[in-house]
Design a protein around this ligand. Structure first.
Ligand code: NDP
Length: 245
């Protein structure tokens, strides 16, 4: 992948809101052809209307291996190639371990960890062909775990581990692997937390600082994807200035 995004094909998972939506829009503004996947088709339709470039909206549930394979196939069928994958879809259902609803653990592992692994699995043959790039949206929780965030952190630590193995397997074949680790970003992510105490804690935490905006992360993704071919930006950690941990 060369250092201009003009005409490049990028698949963004979880593009219906937050970081994925901002990244897809920024890529489109930079001249990329963008396939956008998520479950909320109405949101994708709105994004397709707002984006200046060519957009392919795809029904995608990353927990479903067939849906992931179909999205990658549809992207390559439509655009003829795949130059980059932005593996962004994720859920954060914070809660203490004691008495946890373990179906929420399953959802997080299925979406954040297995989902992003399925997407790499389906996309990799095409990325090897295009000498493309994989951007894995991890988190500061992929570096430091904290009470109430054990399972979410486990998925993000897992993403980082998987990305490092992937990097070693493909970098000398020209495929670059980039892990982006945002701190607190103002999005819908925390609104899905079901535990009221955790929900309040997340809200108070966000209100205690000037959080990042989804556009700040989109800019980092664009920076990494716009480097010359011999430059692999492997990791980007971005916290709000006000976030101490
Ligand atoms: P949002 O809740 O705004 O976005 C999450 C996106 O993931 C949505 O587009 C959602 O789409 C999609 N998604 C969820 N489940 C699935 C699924 N099964 N299949 C396909 N898409 C799915 O939150 P963010 O933008 O904040 O989150 C994006 C990523 O950034 C996540 O991986 C998150 O962990 C990470 N992150 C966020 C931080 C923050 O502070 N906000 C900090 C660090 C990392 P839909 O529901 O339509 O399917």
């Amino acid at each position: 992948m060369s250092n201009t995004l003009e005409g490049k094909t990028v698949l963004v998972t979880g593009a219906s809101s937050g970081i994925g939506q901002a990244t897809a829009l920024a890529l489109s503004k930079a001249g990329a052809r963008v396939a956008i996947g998520a479950r909320r088709a109405d949101r994708l339709k709105d994004l397709a209307q707002d984006a200046p470039g060519e957009i392919l909206a795809l029904d995608l549930d990353v927990t479903d291996r067939q849906s992931v394979q179909d999205a990658v196939t549809a992207t390559v069928d439509h655009f003829g190639t795949l130059d980059a994958l932005v593996n962004n879809a994720g859920v954060m259902l914070s809660g203490m371990i004691l008495n946890a609803d373990t179906t929420e653990w399953t959802r997080m592992v299925d979406t954040n960890l297995l989902g992003s692994m399925y997407t790499v699995h389906a996309a990799l043959p095409h990325l090897l062909e295009s000498k493309g790039a994989v951007v894995q949206i991890s988190s500061t929780s992929g570096r430091t775990a904290s009470a109430g965030g054990g399972v979410y952190a486990a998925t993000k630590f897992g993403i980082t581990a998987f990305a490092e193995a992937l990097r070693q397997e493909v970098t000398t074949q020209g495929v670059r692997v980039i892990v982006v680790e945002p701190g607190m970003v103002s999005t819908e992510l925390a609104t899905h937390i079901t535990d009221p105490a955790m929900q309040t804690m997340a809200k108070n935490y966000a209100e205690s600082m000037r959080t990042l905006q989804a556009d700040d992360i989109a800019a980092a993704v664009l920076y990494a994807l716009s480097q010359p071919e011999h430059v692999a930006v492997n990791e980007i950690l971005i916290r709000p200035t006000d976030q101490a941990r």
